[in-house]
Design a protein around this ligand. Sequence first.
Ligand code: MRU
Length: 345
Amino acid sequence: MALADIKPIQWIDGKVRIIDQTRLPAELVYVDMDDYVAMAEAICQLRVRGAPQLGIAAAYGLALGARRIKANGREEFLSKLSQVSKVLASTRPTAVNLFYALRRMESAAGKARTIADIQQALLDEAKRIADEEDAANRQLGKFGAELVGDGATILTHCNAGALATGGYGTALGVIYAAREAGKGVQVFADESRPLLQGSRLTAWELMQVGIPVTLITDSMYGHFLISGKIDLDVVGADRIAANGDVANKIGTYSVAVLAMENGVPFYVAAPVSTVDLSLASGDQIPIEERSPEEVTHLRGVPIAPAKVKVANPAFDVTPHHYVTAIITEKGVIREPYQERLRRVA
Ligand code: MRU
């Protein structure tokens, strides 16, 4: 399968078609949705996931919702639209792209005159968001590829690839761009417990496009680092605070600290839409707490004693001083992040 054949989210004839990522890698299943409630459910269940893609999904979800609203006039329509937007906004709290996209959508709706114009404006804006994310990923990939040496072994955490975006990837986008630039690369993907986005999704995605990948458990990372097997780390981000602190999939902080200890660069690849200048530092980033069953069960099979107390934060925050650079579509940003992020975002 070529990278272009991985189409995780598409608008087709009034419906949104997604790859149901909960079914991978066992089967590649597409699901069509024609209402926003199905989209909200898909986001909560991680059928559709990854920060940039959550923005696209929320935008298409609002466009779907708008097509079903019955209203006697513009004001009533906009008020009902705002309720739909609230439902979509309540699905997942950490990835800022979701809120960024909904804000843009509401603003586009507010500028249109008639109900039909609003519905069209919402669809146009959702498509624009999807196209912009794709272009941003490809551009940041090019900047990031310059940081990758020929023959490099790269560790990545979670899935920040085509499946997490509109179809190219942020962290994996850097790797794809390095390969497109003619460099030999290989990847170590860690499992990314508890939901195994690394093994289920990253390993699957890289194998589809023919990039050599070695799957390791999360706890093996230190071993491979200290043995000199990893040249650099590249991960994605769900939200980057104004000071450069980065929220990403739980376990990212441990990866970053071990990287610094071993003198290995730790890069974060993310579009500017992931930067949230309204939050001064990472402590203010809301961290999603997910259901205990994700930790106590694997595919429905218990792997922990019944009723054990569980904590399941889906993300952690890596303080900016562990981040070697943030790779964006506007360039590679290094310390001081505060000032430089403000300039690009
Ligand atoms: O819970 P998920 O699977 O949505 O988490 C995804 C991640 O943490 C990704 O690393 C992040 O969104 C970057 S995606 C380009």
